[in-house]
Ligand binder design. Structure first.
Ligand SMILES: *Cc1c(COP(=O)(O)O)cnc(C)c1O
Length: 457
C-alpha cells in the first residue's frame, strides 16, 4: 500500500511540475514548488485519490505487555477504593510537574471546583475566565456560586489576552482562572503580575496542558493551584480522573479533606474525636484508575517531546500556505503540550471556500480536523444558572440581568476566532515527521483546488 502511495505521488509530482508548477513559481516561495498535488489532481472529496490513505496513531494507547502488571494485581487484590496506588500516582504526578503536592480527583471539572472552594470563592464573587475553552471551566465557576467574567482571547495565541484582564476587574473579583488551552501555555508571567497587583487568587486550568513549559517551569505550577484532567481523550487517558497540584500544604490538606467528605486530613483537624471537620464531598479515584494512570505517565515525556517537535515542524511548513495562520507562542514558552494543534483558516485566501468545506475536503484527503469551540460567553447554560434559586438569592436583579451580562461579556476577537479556527487532534502529532508532510500536502492540494471544491456539485 505504501509503495502505491509513493508511486502515485511521484506521478502527481511530475505532472504538477510540468504543468501548473510554472504559474505558481511566480508568486510562491520555492518550497511551494515541491508539491505532490497540482491542479491536475482531483481532490479526494471529488473522487480523487486521497493524499493519505494510512491510519494515524490510535488513541488512547494501551500496551498489554508493558501496562498491565500493576492494573491486574490491583484488580485481583480486591483493594479497589483509594489506597497505596492512588498515593503512588499522586506522588508521581507531583514529581513529574515539579510541585510539592498532588491530589487525584474524579475528574478535571471537580478538581477546579474543589480548588476554587478552598479559597472560599462562591456566591457574590467574580472569577475571570477566557471564552475560548472547554465548557467545564465556566461550569466549575458557576458550580461554586461565583460569576464567570469573560476576558477576550488573543486570536494569535488562542489564549486569554492579559491585555484585557485588568479592565474586567471589579471590587467583586476574587480570582483569575487562566486556561492553557489546546496545550499551549498562557502568558502566566503577566497574569501573575496582574493577580499580585490586585491581590487575586490564580487557579490554572491545565486540563489540556501536561508538561508544557514557560521558561522550563511547567504550566499548572505558576498559580496558587493547578488543575489537570485525565479524561479519555486527554494526553494522559484514564477514562475519567483529574488532579490538583500546589506547593501550599495547608491548601492541599483542605483539598484532601474536601475530597473525602470533609474528614480530617493533615492540618485540617478539629478537636480530638470531633469527627468530620469541614464541608466536603466525595471525589476519590480508584486504585485501578491510578494503575492505568501510572502506565500512561511512563510514556508521557517521550510523547510530549514528539508532539512538540512535530508540532513546530508542521507549523513551519503550513505557515507558508496563504490563508493558513498557525498558533503563535509567547516568547518565553519552552515547550507546548499540544492537546490540539490549531491554526486559523482564512477563506479569502481559498477562493471563499468555507471552513466547513475545507474541513470536509481535509478529511477526504485523509487528515481529519475539527472546527473547535463555539463562544462560551453566549450559551444557554448561563441564563439557566442565573435562574436558579441559589443565584437569585446571591445576586441582585441587576447582576442577573442577562441582556446586561451579555453586553458586558462580549468578546469580539473570540467570536471571530471561533469562526476561523481549525484543530488537529494530538494523536496526529505522534506520527513521524514525514507524516506531517501529508498534512502540508493535503492543505496545499485543497488550496490549489479551492475554486473547484467550492463549485463542486
Ligand atoms: C477536559 C477539560 C476540563 C474538564 O476535565 P474533565 O476531566 O473532563 O472533567 C476542564 N477544562 C478544560 C480546558 C478541559 O479541556
Amino acid at each position: 500500500m505504501k509503495k502505491n502511495l509513493y508511486s502515485r505521488r511521484e506521478f502527481v509530482k511530475q505532472n504538477s511540475l510540468a504543468g501548473i508548477g510554472a504559474a505558481f513559481s511566480m508568486s510562491m516561495p520555492p518550497a511551494f514548488l515541491a508539491v505532490n498535488a497540482g491542479e491536475t489532481s482531483v481532490p479526494a472529496i471529488m473522487g480523487g485519490n486521497p493524499v493519505r490513505n494510512q491510519p494515524w496513531p490510535v488513541w488512547p494507547l494501551w500496551k498489554p505487555g508493558e501496562d498491565e502488571d500493576q492494573l491486574l494485581s490491583s484488580i485481583r487484590s480486591g483493594v479497589w477504593s483509594r489506597a497505596n496506588i492512588v498515593d503512588e500516582f499522586e506522588k508521581k504526578w507531583a514529581e513529574t510537574v515539579g510541585s510539592k503536592r498532588c491530589l487525584a480527583t474524579v475528574n478535571g471539572t471537580n478538581a477546579l471546583i474543589a480548588a476554587l472552594a478552598q479559597y472560599d470563592i462562591g456566591g457574590g464573587d467574580e472569577v475571570i475566565i477566557p471564552p475560548y475553552t472547554f465548557i467545564a471551566t465556566a461550569q466549575a465557576v458557576l458550580m461554586t456560586g461565583a460569576m464567570p467574567v469573560f476576558a477576550d482571547t488573543d486570536p494569535e495565541t488562542f489564549q486569554m489576552d492579559p491585555e484585557g484582564i485588568e479592565a474586567k476587574i471589579t471590587p467583586r473579583t476574587r480570582a483569575i482562572l487562566p486556561v492553557h488551552i489546546l496545550g499551549l501555555p498562557s502568558d502566566m508571567v503577566r497574569i501573575m503580575e496582574i493577580a499580585k497587583k490586585h491581590n487575586l487568587v490564580v487557579i490554572e486550568d491545565a486540563c489540556q496542558s501536561w508538561l508544557a513549559e514557560i521558561g522550563h517551569k511547567q504550566t499548572g505550577t505558576f498559580g496558587d493551584a493547578g488543575c489537570y484532567s485525565f479524561q479519555n481523550s486527554k494526553n494522559i487517558p484514564i477514562g475519567e480522573a483529574g488532579a490538583i497540584v500546589s506547593d501550599d500544604e495547608e491548601f492541599m490538606d483542605r483539598c484532601h479533606s474536601y475530597h473525602n467528605y470533609g474528614n480530617p486530613f493533615g492540618t485540617t483537624v478539629g478537636d480530638v474525636g470531633a469527627g468530620t471537620v469541614m464541608l466536603g464531598t466525595k471525589l476519590r479515584i480508584t486504585e485501578y484508575q491510578a494503575a492505568i494512570g501510572l502506565a500512561q505517565i511512563k510514556r508521557l515525556g517521550e510523547q510530549t517531546d514528539k508532539r512538540w517537535e512535530n508540532g513546530e515542524y508542521l507549523k513551519s511548513r503550513i505557515g507558508r500556505i496563504p490563508g493558513i495562520i498557525p498558533y503563535k507562542l509567547y516568547p518565553n514558552v519552552t515547550k507546548a503540550a499540544f492537546h490540539l494543534f490549531p491554526f486559523r483558516y482564512k477563506k479569502e485566501e481559498f477562493k471563499g471556500l468555507s471552513r466547513a468545506d475545507f474541513m470536509r475536503a481535509m478529511s477526504a484527503e485523509g487528515v481529519p480536523c475539527m472546527g473547535g469551540y463555539r463562544p462560551l460567553n453566549k450559551m444557554a447554560y448561563l441564563a439557566h444558572a442565573f435562574n436558579t434559586k441559589n443565584f437569585k438569592r446571591m445576586y441582585s436583579a441587576e447582576m442577573l440581568d442577562y441582556k446586561r451580562y451579555m453586553e458586558q461579556n462580549q468578546c469580539h476577537r473570540n467570536d471571530q476566532l471561533c469562526e476561523e479556527a481549525v484543530w488537529l487532534f494530538h494523536n496526529i502529532l505522534l506520527a513521524e515527521k514525514r507524516d506531517m508532510d501529508d498534512i502540508f500536502n493535503a492543505i496545499e492540494k485543497i488550496h490549489l483546488n479551492a475554486e473547484k471544491i467550492k463549485n463542486r456539485t
